[in-house]
Design a protein around this ligand. Structure first.
Ligand code: MN
Ligand code: MN
Length: 459
């Protein structure tokens, strides 16, 4: 009776067999190499396309005739992606959607980033997403990006990932001179305008005086990539941590690495999606861009990219009502959640918050000031998801996202819900979220994968 009445949080150490824990470890080996190969939304989208093509996915073209088992994808400028496997049921019975975001906090280069001061060349940055600026100083950084040259040639750039590559960094003030800085509020101790990358010190050969160091950097860029200062205006270049993802802890229970918000859901959802070959309901996996800045832009979840695709799909399946498809669908907004950390007890809800190593997290709402801007999933949707998780014996837990009115955040679920799709949030708990090195438990990552697979297999 006691077991029936209570719904306690359970540790993966009690719930999982040693064999399953080992499987989680193996799964995370592939996850770590995925993390190391994709640090930007473009790299994640390209990697997902490569993996999907190996499974027989083809680019979606308007007017294609589709039948059960067909696999298509649609990329939006290489920065957002929809993957779709046609199910056995008709579209009007609804589809299964998982949406995650492929962008992560980072330091974008400004449009005219290169400048010289005191015979030092810098790349000027404008940070992207909600970061704590002090965390980005004094660590090795890599430069990733994509450039469209004046004559149209497209170039992908990645400097600082191979062991032999050079690195970038942002200098901080030495503690010996940091007295005044240390007395400032943390938010202002490292001003955003000081987050510039030191790019070099040497003058261009034969040149001297003002801008000769900047000129030398431009010369190197031209020799290596054929690009000019003008090409940098349209370029998407950003600095990301260059250290690789790895096991974490003496018991190797965690994965540490940059960009796990939200690549941990991207990888688990993609693995789950590709493993379900013939779903009952049409399965859709959405990788959205710009979540960290409000989901605006053509690849953001607030654009018509996703509903536009579903409307074309509905037409291809013989017509029908797009709103009927949406209203009968079920969506998981797959994103990471905050998790309890005993060294900052004052910010968390000890009873309600998720714990590392306690399974995938189900959460219904966010929002300070009375659940502002939240989806707040309805009871039927949440109950339907719990049923799927329990049927497949998946370890899950709930979360509150910190103490009431402490947190500022939001996920994609509200944008799916705005389309009239019943949606709920689910994902792995993540420690040190938005820092250059975030930590997730391997058991939770594995349970997240299993939860997503169970969802796509629903009947
Ligand atoms: Mn996120
Ligand atoms: Mn985030």
């Amino acid at each position: 009776m006691k077991n029936k009445l209570l719904c306690p949080r359970q540790s993966a150490s009690d719930f999982m067999t040693p064999e399953e824990t080992e499987k989680a470890g193996d799964f995370c080996k592939s996850y770590i190499s995925f993390l190391n190969s994709v640090k930007t939304e473009r790299e994640a989208v390209q990697k997902a396309i490569d993996m999907a093509q190996k499974e027989g996915f083809v680019p979606w073209k308007k007017g294609m005739k589709l039948k059960s088992g067909d696999k298509v994808y649609l990329s939006r400028r290489g920065k957002a992606l929809i993957l779709c496997t046609i199910g056995k049921k008709s579209l009007s019975e609804g589809i299964s959607v998982i949406g995650c975001h492929v962008d992560s906090p980072r330091l974008d280069l400004k449009m005219k980033p290169l400048y010289e001061d005191s015979s030092m060349a810098f790349f000027d940055t404008h940070y992207y997403g909600n970061i704590k600026p002090y965390q980005w100083t004094g660590i090795p950084l890599a430069l990733h990006g994509y450039i469209v040259r004046e004559e149209g040639q497209e170039i992908n750039i990645k400097i600082g990932e191979d062991a032999s590559d050079t690195r970038f960094f942002i200098a901080d003030l030495l503690p010996h001179l940091g007295g005044k800085q240390m007395r400032k509020p943390l938010k202002y101790a490292v001003p955003a305008e000081s987050l510039d990358l030191l790019a070099g010190l040497r003058s261009s050969p034969g040149e001297s005086g003002a801008e000769s160091v900047k000129l030398n950097i431009l010369k190197i860029l031209y020799e290596q990539y054929g690009i000019t200062e003008k090409d940098l205006i349209s370029a998407e270049l950003c600095a990301v941590p260059s250290f690789p993802a790895s096991d974490l802890g003496l018991d190797r229970s965690m994965v540490g690495g940059y960009g796990q918000d939200d690549k941990v859901c991207v990888y688990t959802a993609l693995s789950a999606f590709l493993s379900v070959k013939e779903p009952e309901y049409t399965a859709c996996l959405v990788f959205a861009d710009k979540e960290e800045t409000g989901s605006f832009g053509i690849g953001g979840m607030q654009s018509s990219f996703f509903p536009g695709f579903i409307s074309e799909l509905t037409e291809a399946a013989g017509g029908g009502n797009c709103n009927e498809v949406f209203s009968n669908s079920l969506c998981i907004s797959a994103d990471v959640n905050t998790c309890w950390y005993p060294l900052y007890k004052e910010s968390f809800d000890e009873h309600g918050d998720a714990r590392l190593n306690h399974g995938v997290v189900l959460f219904r709402y966010w929002g300070r000031d009375g659940k502002e801007n939240t989806n707040d999933a309805d009871a039927q949707t949440v109950a339907a998801i719990i049923k799927i998780l329990d049927k497949e014996k998946i370890l899950w837990q709930t979360a509150e996202g910190g103490k009431v009115d402490e947190e500022i955040s939001g996920t994609l679920s509200r944008f799916f819900a705005n389309l009239n799709i019943p949606s709920v949030d689910m994902g792995a708990p993540l420690l040190s979220m938005h820092s250059p090195y975030e930590a997730a438990a391997k058991t939770d990552i594995y349970m997240t994968y299993r939860a997503f697979a169970a969802f796509f297999k629903r009947s």
